[in-house]
Design a protein around this ligand. Structure first.
Ligand code: MG
Length: 458
């Protein structure tokens, strides 16, 4: 049977792969899966999002669903709105951090969390077998507008923060939503927390003219410069749909997401020892060291935000995170949320009365290096099995590829890419030389193995 869903919903180039007729058909399949129930629908700010949002709503109505259209909003705001209202599920038209020509669709369960793999399979089955629930002409669904979702969302976020303390600190914050929909929520939260807010790239623009929608350190120089020149306390950059956040300290240093997640974890565990912290196996050992130091319990998952959300639900865990700037705060909703994460960072800065650069300098340091080796899809599995033999006798994790831990606190993860014909290498350790050596060593080993297996097949 065909596949529609990738790591994060259905993605493709708008109007080539994701045409309105295709998305309408997906809408009928989703509406059939929810048996004509109540669905909240919304989108990010991409140029093709209104077109595809109308298409998916059409399909949902055809299946007899009652649709509540929230229009443009950050992904986590739509997810929270689904959780808070008595509905069966949700759909979001978004391609998150992908380049402007892409779009996509995420399907949410009634709790606002993206549906899991087995539920995606059921929607794919309905789609490919065309087992649609088609409502009779006089029983097709209706669509209503749902407004004012932002206030209740922001109240939800604030209910988890020490508002008085943050207000008293009077932080100065530079926000870079990267022309994405995050601009609709984060500045409002900050203003209500008595922060002085400076915006760059604030206009919603689906052509993403200022920087790519993925907040990677190499895209955030303008933000870093602005923080420094204004003498602000913090800079925060969001991805295209506002669920990931990357932070800049008061000195203008950009920190990758593992640092800020480690910081949030440290303060969370100080207050809630013995808690479960969920993170993908690709996360830095920094997280492992922090969780061990502060008496938490680390649970690793496969790579992918849906994996983290569902593991959190299963274990009733309150905190999860990814190195790419996704922090999942369970008491709010166990999904990534850039606005909630910024609130948590300000909260801890206010509590310990310390700067972000100081707080991050107190964390243990790991050198990290990533690389990849090309490898045909059909032999990725055997190559991973073969390389795993190299690590016999060492502590290993085999959740997603193989991760081996060495005595000197260095570690290596070798896993098949979910999307590309490639095998990825993640190495880390306490010295740059050691990490470089590991990457070179295992890259050479992988190349040899792949070469040998390719010729065996011929
Ligand atoms: Mg995103």
């Amino acid at each position: 049977m065909g596949k529609l869903f990738g790591t994060n919903g259905i993605r493709g180039v708008a109007n080539i792969e994701l045409t309105p007729e295709f998305i309408a058909k997906i809408g009928v399949a989703v509406g059939s899966y929810f048996n004509g129930g109540k669905i909240i629908a919304g989108s990010d700010g991409r140029l093709t999002s209104p077109m595809l949002l109308s298409a998916v709503i059409s399909g949902l109505i055809s299946a007899g669903c009652t649709v509540y259209n929230v229009g443009m909003a950050p992904t986590p705001t739509i997810q929270y709105t689904v959780k808070k209202n008595d509905v069966d599920g949700g759909v979001i038209i978004t391609a998150s951090h992908n380049p402007p020509k892409y779009n996509g669709i995420k399907v949410l369960g009634g709790d606002g969390v993206e549906i899991y793999r087995n539920e995606e399979d059921q929607i794919e089955k309905i789609f490919f077998e065309e087992k649609f629930r088609r409502a009779a002409w006089n029983e097709t669904g209706e669509c209503y507008g749902l407004r004012n979702i932002f206030d209740s969302y922001l109240e939800g976020v604030k209910s988890h923060l020490n508002i008085d303390l943050i207000k008293k600190a009077g932080f100065r914050v530079v926000v870079d939503p990267g022309n994405g929909v995050g601009t609709l929520c984060l500045p409002k939260l900050l203003q209500s927390l008595n922060c002085k807010v400076y915006m760059i790239n604030a206009e919603i623009d689906g052509s993403f003219p200022s920087r790519p929608p993925e907040p990677r350190p190499e895209n955030l120089n303008v933000l870093a410069e602005t923080v420094k020149s204004l003498g602000a306390d913090l800079g925060v950059a969001l991805d295209g749909d506002g669920d990931r956040s990357i932070f800049v300290d008061e000195k203008g240093t950009i920190h990758w997401g593992d640092k800020t997640f480690a910081l949030i974890t440290k303060f969370f565990l100080k207050r809630n020892p013995q808690s479960i912290i969920v993170t993908p196996v690709s996360s830095s050992s920094l997280i492992k060291e922090i969780v061990e130091t502060y008496n938490g319990k680390l649970v690793l998952t496969k790579v992918g935000s849906v994996e983290v959300s569902h593991k959190m639900k299963e274990l009733k865990a309150e905190l999860g995170g990814e190195e790419n700037g996704g922090v999942f705060y369970g008491p709010h909703i166990p999904v990534r949320d850039g606005t909630m994460t910024t609130g948590l960072i300000l909260n801890l800065m206010a509590e310990v009365k310390s700067t972000l650069s100081q707080l991050i300098s107190e964390l243990p340091y790991y050198y990290i290096m990533k690389d990849k080796v090309e490898c045909p899809h059909n032999i990725k599995g055997v190559v991973i099995d073969e390389i795993a033999k190299e690590f016999e006798g060492l502590p290993t994790e085999k959740i997603d590829g193989v991760k081996a831990y060495f005595q000197d606190k260095s570690a290596i993860l070798i896993r098949a890419s979910g999307t590309e014909p490639a095998i990825r290498i993640y190495a880390e350790g306490k010295s740059r030389e050691k990490v470089k050596k590991m990457v070179m060593q295992y890259k050479a080993l992988l190349k040899n193995l792949i070469h040998k297996m390719k010729s065996d097949k011929n």
